[in-house]
Write a protein that binds this ligand. Structure first.
Ligand code: GCU
Length: 635
């Protein structure tokens, strides 16, 4: 069944399942919608808890459970709200086998693997503590917001359990209004980096498992009734539509004013009994559509009598038409590169600050002449998609369904869907995000295809606008004595855009000079992206002949030959070669060329460009010249 027809069917099923209104789509997906979204919390009154936290290793998880699975013994419960030193000074019978106040410290956010040598390969539970005085404890409400914790988080405030979260790359929020106290508060978080066969991803990956509180932590303060969620997008038929959701005692039947700075576009709506109001405003003629050439962002303000929330939103259309990807109704070729979530440097801590994000994405935009990034293999920090909005880069967003998963386990499918929902609700106001990926290189099987089909249906029901893709494996074959590569994957029917990873010329038996003659046997009725191709090179290692693998010259020739191979594919509509910079992987331990780094980067880990960087930049520069310049004009 054609994707579009199927999508319409899915949307109608969702509408039938609920009250048959557009709002129903929101309700239908509520089972996995986070309790609180705190949309655009960066624009709210926030108290940063970044900085030095004390920590305590707990490899045997004694702080969580006792040997027989019963609750941990009190003398090991790291989260207790006690002053250990005072207890000891009293010389009573009580004693403790921890003290979060006198422990060593490390900087949060950041992965422990980069913090101290003894934790470089630690994989398990570490307890963290931050003591703080709230900047506000009078009226209103307070929320604890985590950008991400890899992989499980157990959160306690002043000795009380606040909640837990599973998933290493998505935000989560707990209300702490009634737990905060005047003066000093004690926040304790148990972070467990361990993965298993039922996690997403499993332990089998080609990247370092950075454990820790890897993204910023804030207390977010709001009025008693506040705008928890607000979204506005441009529909293909020229409407600015969305919704506003209030939370609090006055959420129902409350007026909300929606206004877009600099545009004659506003609306007054009133929330229903569910605290939600739909918004629909005709797009004014002067609306400037967002694009990589002109990444126009508007300040959109959602105001009630008690609360004002603002988000910076770009308005654009993305769709597929035959084998073309259309941005604002014009065909676009995605000139991209793939990235892992690692800052430049010799000891990355997965600490993506605005400066780190600008540095990474600036290389793509300004040096590679790119207009697109694949943020692989998991949802990256929210600062990356906001920076992509600002700089003008289109984004492939991905959940870590990678290589293997427990395909016929409903609980595992639920985890993957929850990650989709958490990512969607975080980034749905980001114009840069155009593609939702539902998997990477997962071997074809009936259970695997059913799993991915369920993910495709889930994200399509959530998001009718964006496109769905997956990085597929390919099959090698021969035809008339020539090498042939084909896509043979039933999942293609569920995708708006096909994507393949190709390593012919690096892995396998093909020589570089054979690449241009390789024939590709792919469906031609929808767009094709090369989500990966790459070869390893150690920066500074040279073989003028370009014959020796690991040399910069070989990698550069690999790019030249691969580009000439894929240029011939008629429905090629973009690429994100593997990868911008070298990245840490315990899978890569050649003592001369790797030492724990995957060397397929176009740059070294410190940002030194290799020869291949120039090959790709030159190719994209020429691609840009041949493309019709997309004049951002009013249609
Ligand atoms: C795969 C995989 C990447 C991996 C790459 C490689 O395509 O998707 O995550 O790093 O190959 O072998 O370097």
């Amino acid at each position: 069944m054609k994707t579009l027809a199927k999508r319409a069917l899915i949307a109608s099923i969702f509408l039938c399942m609920t009250s048959g209104s557009v709002a129903a789509e929101e309700e239908a997906s509520d089972s996995l919608r986070p309790n609180y979204l705190l949309t655009a919390s960066i624009n709210r009154e926030r108290q940063s808890l970044s900085g030095a936290w004390t920590y305590s290793k707990d490899l045997y998880r004694t702080g969580l459970t006792d040997i027989d699975g019963r609750p941990a013994k009190p003398r090991l419960q790291r989260y207790r709200d006690i002053d250990v030193q005072s207890i000891e000074a009293a010389s009573g019978i009580d004693f403790l086998e921890f003290d979060m106040d006198r422990g060593p410290t490390m900087m949060v956010p950041g992965a422990w693997n980069a913090a101290v040598p003894e934790l470089r390969y630690y994989n398990g539970l570490v307890w963290f503590q931050k003591k703080f005085t709230p900047t506000r404890t009078t009226d209103g409400r307070a929320f604890l917001e985590f950008g991400a914790v890899n992989y499980r988080a157990h959160v306690y405030l002043n000795g009380e359990e606040v909640g837990t979260h599973e998933g290493g790359f998505t935000p989560f929020v707990f209300e702490v209004t009634d737990l905060l106290r005047e003066g000093e508060n004690r926040l304790v978080v148990g972070v467990d980096s361990a993965h298993d066969d039922q996690t997403i991803p499993t332990p089998i990956t080609d990247w370092d498992n950075y454990g820790g509180i890897t993204r910023p932590v804030h207390i977010v303060y709001t009025p008693r009734t506040f705008v928890d969620d607000a979204t506005l997008r441009l529909t293909p038929d020229g409407l600015l539509t969305g919704s506003v959701t209030l939370d609090g005692p006055e959420a129902n039947g409350t007026g909300v004013h929606v206004a877009i700075e600099g545009l004659d576009a506003e609306a007054d709506v009133t929330t229903g009994s569910d605290g939600q109001a739909m918004v629909s405003i005709p797009a004014p003629d002067e609306l400037q559509r967002w694009s990589p050439d002109a990444p126009k962002l508007y300040d959109v303000r959602f105001s009630t009598v008690d609360d004002q929330l603002e988000d910076q939103i770009g308005f654009r259309n993305i769709e597929v038409s035959g084998s073309d990807i259309l941005l604002n109704s014009k065909p676009i070729f995605l000139r991209g590169i793939a990235l892992h979530e690692e800052e430049f440097g010799t000891n990355p801590a997965r600490r993506i600050t605005p400066q780190a994000a600008r540095s990474l994405l600036g290389e793509v935009k300004n040096e590679l002449h790119g207009n697109y990034v694949r943020l692989s293999h998991y949802p990256h920090a929210r600062v990356m998609t906001r920076m992509a909005d600002e700089l003008g880069l289109l984004v492939w967003s991905e959940i870590p369904v990678y290589w293997t998963a427990d395909w016929d386990n409903p609980e595992v499918l639920e985890k993957a869907k929850r990650m989709q929902s958490e990512t969607y609700f975080r980034d749905r106001n980001r114009a840069s995000v155009i593609l939702w990926s539902i998997g990477n290189e997962t071997p074809v099987s009936e259970d695997r295809t059913a799993f991915h089909t369920a993910l495709a249906e889930h994200i399509k029901a959530l998001d009718a606008d964006r496109l769905v893709s997956a990085a597929l494996l390919v099959e090698g074959d021969e035809k008339n004595g020539h090498p042939l590569i084909r896509i043979n994957d039933p999942l293609v029917d569920e995708l708006d855009v096909m994507a393949v990873n190709s390593y012919a010329g690096w892995y396998g038996s093909n020589t570089l000079d054979e690449l241009p003659s390789i024939e590709w046997d792919v469906p031609e009725d929808k767009p094709l992206l090369f989500s990966e191709f790459g070869a390893g090179a150690l920066a500074g290692f040279h073989d003028p002949e370009g014959k020796q693998k690991w040399s910069e010259e070989f990698q550069a020739e690999f790019y030249r030959q691969t580009l000439s191979m894929i240029e011939k594919i008629p429905n090629l509509r973009g690429m994100s070669p593997w990868i911008l910079k070298d990245f840490r992987s315990p899978r890569r331990e050649h003592p001369v060329f790797q030492n724990g780094w995957n060397r397929k980067g176009l740059m070294s880990e410190t940002g030194v460009p290799k020869i291949a960087f120039g090959v790709l930049a030159d190719y994209y520069w020429k691609k840009m010249q041949s493309e019709p310049v997309s004049i951002e004009s009013v249609e």
